[in-house]
Design a protein around this ligand. Sequence first.
Ligand SMILES: Nc1ncnc2c1ncn2[C@@H]1O[C@H](COP(=O)(O)OP(=O)(O)O)[C@@H](O)[C@H]1O
Ligand SMILES: [Mg+2]
Length: 296
Amino acid sequence: MSHDEAISQLASPSAHARGQAARALGDVGLGGDLPAIRKALLRETVSYVQYALQDTIKRLTNKTGPRPDEPEEGINVPPEVRQQIYGQAVEWVTGFLLHEIASPVGLAMVSAKREIGAEWENSRTWRHLETIHRVFDAIEMLKNAAGAPRPQEFDLATLLQEIIETEVPDAQPSISRLGAKPFVLKGDPGLIRMVVSNGIRNAVESVSASGVEPAEHAVVINWGKTDIDYWVSVLDRGAGITGPAESAFEIGSSTKRNHSGFGLAIARQAIDTLTGEVTLEPARNGGAVYTARWKR
Ligand SMILES: Nc1ncnc2c1ncn2[C@@H]1O[C@H](COP(=O)(O)OP(=O)(O)O)[C@@H](O)[C@H]1O
Ligand SMILES: [Mg+2]
């Protein structure tokens, strides 16, 4: 594939063709192509094409050497520091949004209610403002997920039980909890709750979306520890994952109606704050498995 063909094929509607172009550019690409390739990466939704693009960016960057106008490629910032900076940026931006926009939205709610009167709860204005409200709650949660951890000793088994009772009470008969009870650990229960509750809620929602009558053990929660970390897994027999699992973690990514799609983004931010990782993968017999681990 020629250089020009590869560049134009980056915009192909076929993921296969984009992947070929991305790989070809690893060989025939030039340093000057980096901005176009980075742009392609930003709009890419298919994970293997993303990997190919990232790989090509790395190769071309090494070819050209660090460029003075691109300090982020030249300076070697350790991943923990990068994550910390990202967390601070999230906290700052979300805090700013809440401070500047939440109060006018609240005022709009009050005056709309007064102006619309009896029809308020059937009005479209109410529905739209409710949506904005939901997103603001999620932004607030995201801000909290980026805040400094406040560790204390608590029982994870009790926390999990309490999350189930308050957040998915109707699903209790189909949820099994397998880990040790009690399971006392030191950590920030608020952050751990954000990580786990979003996984449990998604599992329960996926089971009910599958249309099958929820059976016993439709959702199985397990937990434990290794020498270096604590872990919680949530296995469901739901409808399974549609699309690349990685994009499910993006802010606002949702396949459900009337959902803000912040759940997994909040979970990832919270686990980053705790120093750990969350993954969502297809389970062996359909359904999905959500795993969180964080440093002891
Ligand atoms: N257990 C699961 N099984 C199948 N799909 C899932 C599961 N958990 C998450 N997802 C997918 O990831 C998307 C994003 O999840 P989330 O960030 O919690 O947002 P929301 O639940 O608001 O849609 C969901 O819309 C869904 O498509
Ligand atoms: Mg969710």
